[in-house]
Design a protein. Structure first.
Length: 186
């Protein structure tokens, strides 16, 4: 069996680090003037006013709102359309449409589940199914509404405009759409 040899004892001399005294440095006091931005900077839109118009009654509407569809979404659609045209393949544009529909319907369903009582949700599903059945069979889909003579349903989207403002100057203009479904009891 191999045995490690004993390591020799080595004494290292003590090393002393000299003490250096640095003079105290005083930083001058700098006063930064207070800047008030107020309403001259930020984002403003007419979305809340447009939503209030749709919710107005009498009696007032109970609405479920989907997430906004904005100019950013439209720009993505333009890119997808360009790719589809350049590649002679409708796939990218169709995928953009499918994703926009999926995300809009998903947020609309979540909002409706939160705001609408279960009975109204069931009535809305039945109404939609009846209207689709009548339309497919060549009949007037408005006939489905007769079964719901004390409940009004509506669906649509508001279009709103906005602007990004910096120091009182409009930097960019924006727009958006906000889909909704709603009901009210008469």
């Amino acid at each position: 069996m191999f045995k490690m040899p004993k390591a020799p004892d080595i004494k290292m001399p003590e090393i002393k680090v000299p003490e250096i005294k640095m003079p105290e440095i005083k930083m001058p006091e700098i006063k930064v003037p207070e800047v008030r931005i107020g309403r001259s900077t930020g984002y403003r839109s007419n979305k809340d006013e447009r939503k209030a118009q749709v919710e107005a009654g009498p009696p007032p509407w109970t609405l479920a709102w989907a997430d906004d569809i904005s100019e950013t979404d439209a720009a993505l659609g333009l890119v997808a359309a360009g790719v589809s045209v350049a590649s002679a393949n409708p796939g990218p544009f169709l995928a953009w449409i499918e994703e926009l529909l999926r995300s809009t319907l998903e947020t609309l369903r979540a909002s409706a589940a939160e705001k609408f009582p279960a009975e109204i949700q069931n009535d809305m599903k039945a109404f939609a199914a009846d209207a689709i059945r009548l339309a497919i069979s060549g009949k007037n889909p408005n006939e489905a509404a007769k079964a719901y003579d004390t409940i009004d349903f509506k669906a649509g989207a508001i279009k709103y405009e906005g602007k990004n403002v910096a120091l009182g100057h409009v930097i960019s203009r924006t727009w958006g759409m906000k889909p909704y479904v709603g009901f009210r009891l008469r």
